[in-house]
Structure formats: structure tokens, C-alpha cells
Design a protein around this ligand. Sequence first.
Ligand SMILES: Cc1cc2nc3c(=O)[nH]c(=O)nc-3n(C[C@H](O)[C@H](O)[C@H](O)COP(=O)(O)O)c2cc1C
Length: 316
Amino acid sequence: MMDYTDRHCRYLMRLLSPSALLYTEMVTDKALLHGDHSRLLAFDAAEQPVALQLGGNDPKELAIAAKLGEQYGYREINLNCGCPSDRVRSGRFGACLMAEPERVAECVSTLLATVKIPVTVKCRIGIEPGMTDRDDLSFLHHFVDVVASAGCRVFIVHARRAVLGGLSPKENREVPPLRYDVVQQVRHVFPALTFVLNGGIRALDQVATLLPGYDGVMIGREAYQNPYLLAELHKYYYDISWLPDRAHVLQAYGEYVATQLQVGERLNQMIRHVLGLYHGMPGARSWRRFLSEGVVRNPASVSLLSDSLRIVTGQA
Ligand SMILES: Cc1cc2nc3c(=O)[nH]c(=O)nc-3n(C[C@H](O)[C@H](O)[C@H](O)COP(=O)(O)O)c2cc1C
């Protein structure tokens, strides 16, 4: 998630879940072509498996960016066809690409010819305007049909339309209604493809209810605001004996933060990701305040996270 997640965030998420596939925020092909790719792509091997999400619409430029991603060790290239922001729309990529499935197909086939890792697509169920008289089901069906014919096997679908123009990105994640049923119906039409459901998933019991109907779920905001959910999901699906102690996670993340401070990373950029760790637990508010004030008081503190433990000691 742009402006939220980064490699530090993924390091923390990996401490909580050995199994989840983690995605980068969208990185544009142009940023990689013209910018400092080490700053944009470097990550810690402990974060694996990590997928690189690219934004762009030019097959050749995307291919160069994807090749770089593969060289840096990413396990998957994901093409963003779901971002509705004005800036992205003016560059003619993101969600507006859903109006041009043939172009997406061309991007996918060029990417598949360039990299050996899987190439996947993240999209919406549809876009407004741009669906002419098609309903959600036939629009998504057509998009998937064309893009799958180019070799894409995995579709991650944010199950609401994107409204291009008139809504802020935040409203675009809340206002158009969620239509999980559309994703499920399209999945039935393409049993050989993998459909990962995204949008509004916030709790373990919700995942347990939904998951039999899909091949996977992607969790965005809730994973950021309440990252311990990832640990609960891992325990539920993979290992009934494993549920990490929050204090141990905090300690381990603190050790990581100390090493990152030594190479010039900024404390506030790393602390912000951990603020949801005690979400819903007693003492969480005082603990968050301790961290937020501590970063301001001493932006180079290597012991802030371990010092904060005394506020939440006794919490699992
Ligand atoms: C601040 C923010 C930034 C986001 N950036 C991206 C992005 O870079 N790429 C992407 O595919 N989706 C992005 N999203 C959308 C989420 O990945 C997700 O599709 C959406 O929030 C719905 O899922 P959720 O209800 O689980 O959050 C972003 C969402 C938020 C809140």
C-alpha cells in the first residue's frame, strides 16, 4: 500500500507470519527506469516470499522493470490494474487499464517472455465510467478471458468497481459496494485460474467463512492496522501450535531496527509500522503514545522498542 507499506513493514509482517505472500506497494516502471533501483527494490532476504507490484502500461518498460525485480529476487511480478488515483489515471495505468484488456494482455505476454517468475494481475471488478452497458459479471469475465489468454493464471480482485474521477482514493476503497459474488461467479467460469479475493476482509472468522469459495484472500488495511491478524491466520491454517508472543516480535523487530539505524534508516519510518501490534489489547494506547513521543524525543534511540515493553509487559 503506497505511503504505508515498505520493506520495514514487510520485515515486521514476516515476524508475524512465516507463510503469507507479501506484496510491495506499487512501484512504477518509470521510477525504476529513471530512479535509484536499489532504494526502490532492495529488501531483506528474511522478508521472502515477496511479490513486486508494478504500475505501468508500456510492455517494454514494464519488462525492463520486471527484469530488475527478478534480479533483486522477487518471487512474482504483479501488474496493478486497480489503482484509481487521478495521478495514476493521468499516466493511463492502474484501474483505467481495465478498459483496455488487450493492452493488459500484451503487457502480460511480454512480461512472461521476459521473466521466469509468475506474472499476476490485481484488478477491480469493473470501472466507472468505461463499462458501457456491461454489468460487473460480464465486464470482469471479458477482462479475465482476454488477460488469461496471454498467460496470466492468477487474478487478485478488489471486489468493487473503481470510480475514475469524482471520488478520492479513500472513497474509492469504501463507497462502491463490495461484490464478492461477482468474483466467485467468474471463478466458476474459469476453474483452471486462481482467484484471490480482496476488499473489506478484517477477521479470521471472515476468512474462514470466505476462503472455501476462493483460492486465497489478500488483506490490506486490516493487516496494517492489526498485524497480529496475520499470526492468527498462520496458526489457523498452517500450524496449530504456533502463535508468537507480541513481546518477542517487538524484541525481534527492535533488533532489526537497531541494525537499520546503523545504515542510516530513520526511526520514525520503522516505528510507525509497529503501532498496531497491540491493537485491541489493554495498555495499547499508552504504549503507542510512549513510542510516538519517544521517536520525537530521541530519533536515534536504539532501545525505544525494548524500553516500550515495560508498558505492555504481561500482554501475550
Ligand atoms: C493507503 C493505501 C495505499 C494503497 N496502495 C496500493 C498499491 O500500491 N497497490 C495496490 O494494489 N493496492 C493499493 N491499495 C489498495 C489495497 O491493496 C486494497 O486493494 C484495498 O485497500 C482493499 O483491501 P482492504 O479492504 O483489505 O484494505 C492501497 C490502499 C491504501 C489504504
